[in-house]
Ligand binder design. Structure first.
Ligand code: PEP
Length: 251
């Protein structure tokens, strides 16, 4: 079965209630390709509101979670609470979490494990910095990030259908500097090879590997032609009407 195209919108820490409502209402009123899985990820404080306002067929994700079920962890939300709130997805390992909030590889891996245990679906973000790319370390860095998760989740093959991998080169996020289609394809293809050797053939064939980093209505069509690119994780443009064009880029 072909992999279903997947487009997620990460609002980050943007928008007040009225802005979020405008975005959701625009999505609700738009024709969205039924062959594309669509997800939006508002700030945590608006998750339940968005869950109740968004039309059927658009899924909702938390932007982060902690690795414990509950306890003295002020400011955090747990996978158990996310699941209890009927939010089916969580983004883990976003580069802003990794660089600004100390979510190193092992922290990301623990969060993935905890979220899977609560039955959540995960968008696992990986990607290299500009310095790492310039040193020729891109594939090594991405494979290492995946290896760390595999160590915490040895039974990855059993939960592979609940993991979407987002390749997000750090130098492309929020910078307007998008990876070329061939740069993205190289990493996506290597990630699929990693899945085949470390998780299994079925997971390699079925896992959606999506691209994130300055995706826009202008550049999404060319990126979408790449054989191992199964969708997008969109930041800035997900706050704008062009998000609909990105969702429909695979039509
Ligand atoms: C992101 O935050 O995941 C992202 C890819 O951001 P942007 O599209 O703004 O580069």
């Amino acid at each position: 079965m072909p992999r279903k195209f997947f487009v997620g919108g990460n609002f980050k820490m943007n928008g007040l209630l009225a802005d979020i409502d405008r975005i959701v209402d625009h999505l609700n009123a738009s024709h969205l390709d039924p062959n594309t899985e669509v997800l939006i990820s508002p700030p945590a404080i608006y998750l339940l509101h968005v869950r109740d306002r968004v039309k059927k067929g658009i899924e909702v994700a938390a932007q982060n979670c902690y690795s414990e079920k509950q306890g003295a962890f002020t400011g955090e939300i747990s996978p158990l609470q996310i699941a209890d709130s009927r939010i089916p997805w969580v983004i883990i390992g976003h580069s802003e979490r990794r660089t600004l909030f100390g979510d190193h590889d092992h922290v990301v891996a623990e969060k993935v494990k905890a979220a899977l245990e609560e039955g959540l679906n995960i968008i696992l973000c990986v990607g290299e910095t500009l310095e790492q790319r310039e040193k020729g370390e891109t594939l090594k860095v991405v494979e290492h990030q995946l290896d760390c998760v595999k160590k915490e989740v040895p039974a990855w093959a059993e939960v592979a259908d609940r993991i979407v991998i987002a390749y997000e080169p750090v130098w492309a996020i929020g910078t307007g500097r998008v990876a070329t289609a061939s740069q993205a394809q190289e990493v996506h293809s290597d990630t699929r090879t990693w899945l085949a050797s470390r998780v299994g053939k079925e997971a390699a064939e079925n896992t959606r590997i999506i691209y994130g980093g300055s995706v826009s209505a202008k550049n999404c069509q060319e990126l979408a032609t790449q054989p191992d690119l199964d969708g997008f994780l969109v930041g800035g443009a997900s706050l704008k009407p062009e998000f609909v064009d990105i969702i429909n880029s695979h039509l």
